[in-house]
Design a protein around this ligand. Structure first.
Ligand code: AMP
Length: 296
């Protein structure tokens, strides 16, 4: 792994104040020639994001947090307008979690000529699981991540396993397009009752919040059966559905057992294969997953 010259890190670390930049020129001036660690987010930071920032600090590199609600990855009728935002709170969190530079571009900064005509196409891996229900979503994700990689030039970029399909696609993009960045992946951070942290959780009313826990319970049940020796995906999925059916507020979109490498459906699961699901809980679409045999 390439490391930053000490002086560059000290230059950032000696200054406790976070540098916040919202233009490409200011970003370039703040970063100089450094190859930072990048944590890309859509803001409204929660403990999951903060765990990525903590992981970022382990690298001997300046830490860059990007906050950008990317319109390109939201479909018509999705929650772009209601997506929660609180930049002041995010900057406060960034300052206490050792972020050196926060990049908060506007839509005009990222897409000055409107939606880009050239985009990164995810190929077939973008059409399965969440991609089957969110056409164009992963194209929007990969396009903005590729732009952020080109703008920030990170040596390392950190993503959460919560967005499992996103991680698989970003790894593929980096490999297939020879992008010079190391991808690091951090575990899912959960509420004490098991609900995966998400910026969207704030939109769950108390009744929906009580139902949302059914997703992680269903995955835990599948993982438990796997640990007991079940190696039949139909049985695992039936168990997932049996649990979610006991939560009438949950509307399961899909539950699948797939390979963690290429997202192919798996009928005889092995350790490392993933059970992934998405569900509507009231108005809010939630995703979650578990790697089988991982001790959860
Ligand atoms: P988002 O702001 O939702 O686009 O997420 C930004 C990054 O944080 C992505 O890499 C997510 O996978 C990650 N992330 C979101 N929620 C969690 C969580 N509960 N645990 C770990 N990482 C998360």
């Amino acid at each position: 792994m390439n490391q930053e010259p000490d002086s560059l890190i000290r230059q950032f670390r000696s200054d406790a104040a976070v540098v916040t930049v919202d233009t490409l020129q200011a970003l370039r001036e703040a970063l100089g020639t450094s190859r930072p660690v990048l944590v890309p987010t859509m803001g409204y930071l929660h403990g999951g994001h903060l765990s990525l920032l903590e992981a970022a600090r382990e690298h001997e590199r300046p830490v860059v947090l990007s906050i950008f609600v990317n319109p390109l990855q939201f479909g018509a009728g999705e929650d772009l307008d209601s997506y929660p935002r609180d930049l002041a709170a995010d900057l406060e969190a960034a300052s206490v979690h050792g972020v050196d530079v926060v990049f908060t571009p506007t839509v005009e900064t990222m897409y000055p000529a409107g939606p880009p005509r050239v985009t990164v196409h995810p190929g077939p891996l973008g059409d399965v699981l969440c991609g089957a229900y969110r056409p164009g979503h992963f194209q929007g994700v990969l396009t903005v991540v590729a732009k952020l990689f080109n703008l920030v030039r990170p040596g390392v970029a950190i993503f959460g396993r919560k967005d499992f399909q996103q991680v698989v696609l970003i790894r593929r993009m980096v490999e297939d397009l020879n992008i010079d960045v190391e991808i690091a992946v951090a575990p899912i951070v959960r509420e004490p009752d098991g609900l995966a942290l998400s910026s969207r959780n704030v939109r769950l009313d108390p009744a929906a919040r009580a139902e949302a826990v059914g997703l992680s319970r269903a995955l835990a049940e599948a993982a438990r059966l796997f640990d007991e020796g079940v190696r039949d995906s139909h049985v695992l999925i039936a168990a997932v559905r049996a649990v979610t059916d006991t939560y009438p507020g949950l509307e399961l979109q899909y539950a699948s057992v797939v390979s963690a490498v290429d997202l192919d459906p798996v009928s005889r699961p092995q350790p490392g294969d993933v059970v992934a699901l998405a569900a509507y809980c009231g108005e809010v679409r939630l995703i979650d997953n578990v790697a089988l045999g991982s001790g959860h």
